[in-house]
Design a protein around this ligand. Structure first.
Ligand code: NAD
Length: 506
């Protein structure tokens, strides 16, 4: 691989740390800075603060030579050719992105610039942020010819972040000068030339030396909008299929058949058409809100995004009502909650629909026994363990004497439960599955009451879901006896086995 670039990354979170490890993996020298001293100390001592496949291996491989960690922004930045900003851009009270961390970092960077640097927005930011960063740096006395501000949005998904980074669908580079574009191109050259995929220790993934990722070189504004528009579109797809699922429930159709039929259309595609309990995580909710806010600021009516948010909130409420309709009341009921992170494969609990539903059940007096393969420690900081809430070490312990098992995210482990063993340990064999991890026949044939999303009464249960503003509550267990004939899988399609593709979501 060709030129080694000196890269400096501000922010060692899900994006910054993964970017640091991956840039080192493709041959560059990286200094990773964070103002969280405890995190920096942990990273220096060999710890890894987040759960991501391949991340510990890459950090171990490169820690001694190509990756360093510091909390001293100024001195380390002096040697850098490119400075990536990867700090958080949370949602503010108005819905807009809170750019105060980006602002603070831009001022600090300005104080360390002695020769030409490319400052790269890696964080997800609204359009025009690059111009604000430019102004801040200039106001701090840096001449225009000593820096450029570029945009290189990140599309990794938590849980598969390293593979996504090294095997991206596309690399978007927004630059206003050829000088800045050249630095960015050189950074990604090991991927775009395909050279990295020929290396013996390369992290495996979909890209190969014959099929390297394409680069889209564009303006900084377009690059900023690409990121917001992509996340808003994916969230829209999720809300869309969730409404379709609700129609399926009402009419007795199976949303997975509908999604499969839609997804086979190459104009639509099969991804992000899995009905569930709504999107969450640190990106979609805030990015939809921020993009809606951008539209408002530009006097553009983007009411569609308000609907997307409304549907998402309603989907969580609707799922909660499903659990209620299976149990009648919550007070004193023992519920095994499988899943706390916002999706499987990660320990990230930010804006997790799973946690929101756990909180709703606790508020109504349920006794929750929760299990998640990676997120329990973080969740316990938000919902401390106590008489009502306990964190368990395995799903069967969580399900002991439970009145119901509620599946709240899509860890592969939850799709592969030993159902006979689960049933033996439970008080009542009821599963309410928010991620459609099982073909309904499987738990039904084992004697479970099985409630899922968009797969209606024909699959064993009449599900009663209150409509907003109505207090109609029908008992749930009516039509247990009828098990539908198996639907022959379409050629070339994933069947309803409960086995999962890679977890979706940012
Ligand atoms: P994060 O909260 O995990 O990490 C941010 C890090 O920045 C933290 O470690 C924090 O201590 C550090 N930080 C904050 N202010 C700092 C400062 N002044 N100096 C040094 N360090 C500072 O956030 P994240 O999930 O990595 O997201 C970062 C950005 O990337 C956000 O804009 C997000 O929208 C975007 N993004 C996230 C993902 C994802 O899946 N998490 C995917 C694509 C894009």
């Amino acid at each position: 691989m060709k030129d080694q670039i000196q890269i400096y990354i501000v922010g060692s979170g899900y994006v910054g740390l993964v970017a640091a490890a991956c840039f080192a993996e493709i041959g560059h020298r990286v200094v990773c800075v964070d103002n969280d001293e405890a995190k920096v100390q942990m990273l220096r001592e060999g710890g890894v603060p987040i759960h991501e496949e391949y991340l510990p291996e890459l950090l171990n491989r490169h820690r001694a030579n190509r990756v360093e960690f510091t909390s001293d922004l100024k001195s380390a930045a002096r040697a850098a050719q490119a400075i990536f900003i990867a700090v958080g851009t949370p949602q503010s009270e108005t819905g807009s992105a809170d750019l105060s961390y980006v602002d603070a970092v831009a001022s600090e960077i300005a104080r360390s610039i002695g020769d030409y640097k490319v400052i790269v927005e890696k964080s997800t930011v609204p359009v025009y942020t690059n111009e604000w960063i430019r102004k801040v740096v200039e106001r701090n006395g840096v001449p225009q010819d000593l820096f450029d501000v570029a945009s290189n949005p990140e599309f990794l998904r938590e849980g598969t972040a390293v593979v996504d980074f090294l095997h991206p669908d596309r690399i978007v580079l927004g630059a206003q000068t050829e000088r800045a574009a050249a630095v960015l191109r050189a950074i990604y050259e090991p991927l775009t030339s395909g050279a990295y995929y020929r290396v013996d220790h390369a992290v495996p993934g979909p890209r190969t030396s014959d099929d390297p990722p394409p680069v889209l070189l564009t303006t900084t504004k377009a690059a900023e909008i690409i990121k917001h528009a992509s996340n808003a579109f994916l969230a829209t797809k999720i809300s869309f299929i969730n409404v379709v699922a609700n129609i399926c429930e009402e009419v007795g159709a199976d949303v997975q058949d509908v999604a499969r039929g839609m997804g086979l259309d190459s104009r639509i595609g099969p991804k992000f058409l899995r009905a569930g309990i709504g999107y969450g995580g640190s990106c979609f909710p805030k990015d939809v809100a921020a993009f809606r806010h951008v539209a408002e600021q530009m006097n553009v009516d983007f009411g569609l995004l308000e609907e997307v948010e409304k549907i998402n909130a309603e989907q969580k409420r609707r799922f909660f009502q499903k659990v209620r309709s299976a149990l009648w009341t919550f007070r004193g009921k023992k519920i095994a909650a499988l899943g706390l992170a916002f999706k499987g494969g990660t320990d990230d609990i930010r804006e997790s629909p799973a946690l929101e539903i756990v909180e709703m059940m606790l508020r109504e007096g349920a006794l929750v026994r929760a299990y998640d393969p990676a997120a329990a420690a973080r969740a316990s900081e938000m919902i401390p363990a106590g008489p009502q809430m306990r964190y368990m070490d395995d799903p069967y312990e969580a399900a002991r004497d439970a009145d119901a098992v509620v599946i709240l995210n899509d860890w592969q482990e939850f799709a592969e439960l030993d159902l006979p063993r689960l049933k033996k340990t439970m008080h009542f064999p009821i599963i309410v599955d928010g991620r459609n991890l099982y073909a309904p026949q499987v738990p039904l044939e084992l004697g479970f009451t099985y409630i899922s999303i968009g797969r209606p009464a024909a699959h064993g249960l009449t599900v009663s879901v209150e409509r907003a503003g109505s207090d109609l509550r029908r008992p749930a267990m009516q039509a247990r006896a009828f098990v539908p004939p198996r639907i022959a899988p379409l050629v070339g399609c994933e069947t309803q086995t409960g086995t999962l593709a890679r977890s979706e979501g940012a």
